[in-house]
Design a protein around this ligand. Structure first.
Ligand code: GDP
Length: 460
């Protein structure tokens, strides 16, 4: 039911300066009026929208004061949810927040489900689905660059592009409709050429969006990096050297299973998740300690492998085995301990073994070569060219929808060339239109909507 009034604590639980309770729905103002006593002796229901009111939360039964609060009033439709919204700024302790929430629930509000405020904003047409999803991304952004991508999506940059493409598809459908009624040979010939040209334009627009998707995913989820190497080559020294300057401040991400330990670094705006293979920082060698199979699993998880070799030692059988294991993944080979006077590693031999991989000379101990490592990582993520505009597509759900639409349109091209009837072509074209609508939520099923909002936290 969309008309009932919901309430929840919207800020993180714990001691803090303020804590906010959000109330939204038809009765939001009336519900808060039952427990709020303003210093100016007014009722919220008489107040104008977008106003602030100082007063007390008072238990209407016992008359007891619960907290001194600042209440903001936002009448529909100009509110986050598009409904009447009241936000109560309590003192940020668990007791005032809980007690205030309890009173609101007794006064007629119901506890909000996870993501329900944002879901209402979507259902009431305040924001589309892609914008709603960006709200989680903003909350979880790990670096400035990740935040930029998410903010762009909230502003509707992606939605706008999707709408443009869908408009082109609708125009194409209209063109086909018009031609179905004129099946004469020569007109048909001309119209097929026109259809193909239009489909190509649409496919190019979708391809443009897909190009940035991989980069976008990295900004949203982080680049998964695994450090491998035999014992004592300096893996933990490297991780520590990187962490010293680049550790990103992030808290645990709710809803993600974390069966592996990881550290998140901020490398020139790119969130880099270093998967700590069973605690490489403790000592010991991941390959030996966790077994080859497990090591392979970690390698499979990786977007990028940092393979560490010791400049002070000859290449061993174990080094070779690890090089071979990493072969299938983009790899940067780090020749470590280049500060040592005695260099026994034959670098020529390494070059021959790791064809295609980038090789860098570093010293984890002296912190040499780490800037070059940053540069290489940025190069790998951005494909060498740092675009000023941040990527539009970052969400895997959006990427899949784009790919499906692209596949439908590829079918249209084949069918059109093969002379399939125009009304059959229209079916695939309409399919592509629907897939794209899933991104903005215009043609999305309730299941998908529920699944998306269930990832949110309560109060959002
Ligand atoms: P891991 O087993 O691969 O994690 O290797 P560690 O990071 O524990 O390093 C093994 C040993 O090599 C330690 O004694 C480090 O101090 C030393 N080490 C690591 N990196 C360097 C380096 O760049 N130069 C020198 N000279 N020693 C290093």
């Amino acid at each position: 039911m969309l008309t009932d009034t919901i309430a929840a604590i919207a800020t993180a639980v714990g001691e803090s300066g303020i804590g906010i309770i959000r109330v939204s729905g038809e009765q939001a103002i009336a519900v808060v009026d039952k427990v709020f006593s303003a210093k100016r002796a007014i009722r919220l229901r008489e107040c104008a929208t977008h106003t602030l009111h100082l007063g007390y939360i008072i238990d209407p039964v016992s008359g007891e004061k619960v907290d001194e609060v600042l209440v903001s009033l936002m009448r529909r439709p100009k509110s986050f949810t598009g409904e009447d919204v009241v936000e109560i700024n309590c003192h940020g302790g668990l007791v005032p927040l809980r007690k205030t929430l309890e009173l609101l629930l007794k006064a007629g509000a119901r506890m909000a489900e996870p993501g329900e405020f944002t879901k209402r904003a979507f259902l009431n047409g305040r924001i589309d689905l892609a914008q709603a999803e960006s709200v989680i991304d903003i909350i979880r952004a790990k670096t400035d660059a990740s935040l930029n991508v998410a903010l762009g999506q909230l502003e509707g940059r992606l939605s706008e592009r999707i709408r443009d493409v869908r408009r082109m598809i609708v125009e194409l459908l209209a063109f086909i409709e018009a031609n179905i009624d004129f099946p004469e040979e020569d007109i048909e010939e001309i119209s097929r050429g026109e259809i193909l040209a239009r489909v190509e334009t649409i496919r190019t627009a979708i391809a443009d969006l897909l190009i940035s998707a991989e980069q976008g995913r990295v900004y949203r989820e982080g680049l998964r990096v695994v450090i491998v190497g035999r014992p004592n080559v300096g893996k933990s020294s490297l991780l520590n050297a990187l962490l010293k300057e680049k550790r990103a401040i992030v808290t645990d991400i709710p809803g993600t299973t974390r069966d592996v330990l990881e550290e998140i670094l901020n490398i020139r705006g790119i969130p880099v998740r270093i998967i700590d293979t069973a605690g490489i920082r403790e000592t010991g060698d991941p390959i030996e300690r966790i077994g080859v199979e497990k090591a392979q699993e970690y390698l499979n998880l990786a977007d990028l492998v940092l393979l560490v070799l010791d400049a002070g030692e000859k290449l061993s059988a174990e080094d070779r085995r690890i090089i071979e294991m990493a072969q299938k993944k983009p790899t940067i080979v780090l020749i470590n301990k280049t500060d040592l006077v005695e260099q026994r590693l034959n670098e020529q031999e390494v070059e021959e073994l790791v064809i295609g991989a980038k090789i860098l000379r570093i010293s984890a101990k002296e912190e040499l070569g780490l800037n070059e490592l940053d540069e290489k990582i940025v190069e790998i993520v951005t494909g060498g060219s740092i675009k000023r505009e941040s990527p539009l597509v970052s969400n895997i759900r959006h990427k899949i929808a784009l790919e499906e639409a692209q596949a439908n349109l590829a079918d249209v091209v084949d069918a059109c060339v093969a002379g399939v009837s125009l009304d059959c072509l229209a079916i695939d074209i309409r399919e592509a239109w629907e897939r794209l609508g899933e991104i903005t939520g215009e043609t999305v099923t309730e299941d998908i909507i529920d699944q998306i909002f269930s990832q949110f936290c309560i109060g959002k």
